[in-house]
Design a protein around this ligand. Structure first.
Ligand SMILES: NC(=O)c1ccc[n+]([C@@H]2O[C@H](COP(=O)([O-])OP(=O)(O)OC[C@H]3O[C@@H](n4cnc5c(N)ncnc54)[C@H](O)[C@@H]3O)[C@@H](O)[C@H]2O)c1
Length: 342
């Protein structure tokens, strides 16, 4: 797989050099408006509605239908231009259409640039089950041009930043300290570039070592056991959270539990927890919701039957996989989050 980090003009040159009669772009209505014009190309586009609801059977069928209508064949190259929804959906469609066609991911969100478009996980949701159907398929090229972040709504930018903090915690102390000084809303695309590249390098090393997540790759689930439970429960409320907003709370709880269970330094934990509360929206959760989170986090697909297994850290860059964590410990981490003042 090729990694390419072009400027906007280099991206245009790169795309113009591809065989234009074989290219189809997949985007959502927002990336069609804000990002497609920046490519300066006139490739046919398949456009889907923005948002998580597009990771569905219906939209997948629409994409396959459009590929067929555009006479896509085995030599067609699909370009996924958008956030994680587009790379998950488009990567899945490309991996099953005619038993697989080539595709390129051009992420346009920070979430896509640091996480969703890299690593080979594609898929859609099934009923209420997130990412339940999918494949492990790498794109042929992963092209990151941070210029696209210019038009990304601030809330979406900050959400993607949660996965970057997760990678920094997993990389080590130096990367973590540099991230703890960042105000994500204040960075320019040029300033984002080296931070995204370091994050990509780390994720790619982990993915190469354990593509199908049988061991080492599990560390990328740091913050996700509690984070996913919060995301799922808030989804059906009047104030749903973005993926990264829920993961930020999951990371807060994982660091809190790491202090208690795996000897993570208390002073450093305090700095990370304070930073997470400064950068991300602070939740207030009712008792009833806490019960639901504890219950749902036990159903996480990474658990071992009835035992909740979490990824914790003994220090930045030192991961402890499969730590059994009780209901009471999850409650106390959530209470600590709710009562913590920065
Ligand atoms: N496959 C993986 O490894 C992986 C990893 C992390 C997350 N994900 C998935 O990614 C999805 C979330 O991705 P996301 O946060 O990128 O959300 P998204 O794809 O829904 O994009 C967020 C919003 O921003 C808009 N948008 C995108 N780029 C824009 C731009 N440059 N300017 C203006 N608007 C723009 C989109 O239209 C959308 O409304 C979830 O479905 C999650 O499950 C997958």
């Amino acid at each position: 797989m090729d990694f390419i980090y072009p400027s906007r003009s280099e991206l245009q040159t790169h795309l113009h050099a591809l065989p234009s009669d074989r290219i189809i772009i997949l985007c959502d209505q927002n990336t069609q408006r804000a990002c497609y014009p920046k490519l300066n190309v006139s490739f046919p586009c398949i456009v889907v509605p923005p948002g998580e609801a597009s990771k569905s059977f219906d939209t997948l069928e629409y994409v396959i239908d459009q590929l067929t209508a555009l006479n896509a064949d085995r030599s067609t190259l699909l370009i996924n231009l958008g956030g994680g929804v587009i790379s998950d959906l488009g990567g899945f469609a490309a991996s099953i259409y005619l038993r697989g066609i080539r595709f390129i991911n051009i992420p346009t969100t920070l979430m896509g640039m640091v996480d969703a478009s890299l690593g080979g996980k594609t898929g859609i949701n099934f009923q209420i089950l997130k990412n339940y159907l999918g494949t492990f398929t790498h794109p042929n090229q992963f092209i990151v041009c941070p210029d696209f972040l210019d038009t990304l709504p601030e809330r979406e930018l900050v959400s993607g930043y949660a996965e970057l903090i997760k990678h920094a915690l997993l990389i080590g102390e130096q990367e973590l300290q540099s991230v703890l000084n960042i105000i994500p809303q204040a960075l320019t695309p040029t300033e984002w570039l080296p931070i995204i590249q370091r994050s990509n390098q780390f994720k790619w090393e982990v993915v190469q070592a354990d593509f199908r997540e049988s061991g080492l790759r599990k560390q990328l689930n740091l913050g996700h056991t509690i984070g996913h439970a919060i995301e799922s429960i808030m989804m059906s409320t009047s104030s749903p959270l973005l993926h990264g907003e829920a993961i930020a709370v999951g990371l807060w709880c994982a660091i809190h539990l790491s202090e208690r269970r795996t000897s993570f330094d208390t002073q450093l934990a305090q700095s990370v927890k304070t930073y997470l509360k400064d950068v991300f929206p602070v939740l207030s959760l009712e008792e009833k919701v806490l019960n639901q989170i504890v219950e749902l986090s036990l159903k996480d697909k990474k658990n071992d039957q009835d035992t909740r297994l979490m990824v914790l850290l003994s220090s930045p860059g030192e991961v402890v996989l499969d730590v059994p964590v009780s209901d009471d410990e999850v409650y106390s981490a959530l209470y600590a989050y709710l009562n913590h003042t920065t």
